[in-house]
Ligand binder design. Sequence first.
Ligand SMILES: N[C@@H](CCC(=O)N[C@@H](CS)C(=O)NCC(=O)O)C(=O)O
Length: 344
Amino acid sequence: MTEEKITNWVAPDDKTGEFKRGQSQFRNFIKKGGEFPPEAGRYHLYVSYACPWAHRTLIVRKLKGLEDIIPFTSVHWHMQEKGWRFATAEDKEEDVKAEGVTKDPVKGHEGYQHLREIYFQVDPEYEGRFTVPTLYDVKQGKIVSNESSEIIRMFYSEFDDLLPEKYKNVKLFPEALQTQIEETNDWTYNDINNGVYKSGFATTQEAYEKAVITLFKSLDRVEKHLKETEKEGPYYFGKEITEADVRLYTTIVRFDVVYVQHFKTNIKTIRADYPYLHQWLRNLYWRVPAFGETTEFTHIKRHYTKSHTQINPFSVTPLGPEPPILGLHEEVEAVRWALERAKK
Ligand SMILES: N[C@@H](CCC(=O)N[C@@H](CS)C(=O)NCC(=O)O)C(=O)O
């Protein structure tokens, strides 16, 4: 028997070498008249700025104008043997300066150091993983959900009665597009969102190659889609932002910055090889505050490279690429050169 470690993403004796993501354990829903009714200030959202799944919830919280209704706390980026921890007074300013990186502010949680303490407070026998995002009901001392795909759907509509018209009208899963969005989610999740993890955590050459080839086939598919639909609008499905943008963005914004080197997803980069994806990404980052303002590159870079000791045992963080994201109309040198040549 090999030792079970929280930071071993694939068990060292697993012959397949494949990363297998576990199921989220808390799957309740916020619903009017239910056990978890919508109420301002009642629910607390725990996230990590580093985590792409948690990032979904921060983006939707802002897109839907839920800032005053659902407060949040981000854990420190460093995940070690006891899992995510809260920030302390000893932490460096640069690591905790983003909004919400504080100790656990919830009443009754005084002195909590790790996210796991919340899971054990809710269920002393809990045996699952201690993941972000976690949506917590302060009133009942229960976890509503730790599944990002379901938390964002609650945010889409369940608090609408408490929101001004402007935000009620933000429809991230509009009826006319539901089938297309679900179909896109299916392969985007398996091949891209989770695909980068399958590539990076693989412990055999075969498992890695299978994942990384599938990942790039699907990125090519996204590129083709964005190229073909360019005239319809800047977003994945045209003129309005939808769930498809939210779910793709949190992986793509981390891609060149971390995944290319840390997860070995280096067949191509977004900035040099995928012009349509690159433009789509920068448009969201620079023009839509819910995306740009919730993207914290310090947390993203440091978390992966310093927490995943199974793949980076010395926790050295590479300095590049600089800048982590290019300006709206900036290009890498080779692309700029090619564009200028084409004009002549
Ligand atoms: N399916 C979950 C996945 C969440 C997840 O895996 N979060 C990671 C961070 S990116 C985590 O907290 N991992 C801690 C652990 O597994 O111990 C969701 O989408 O909410």
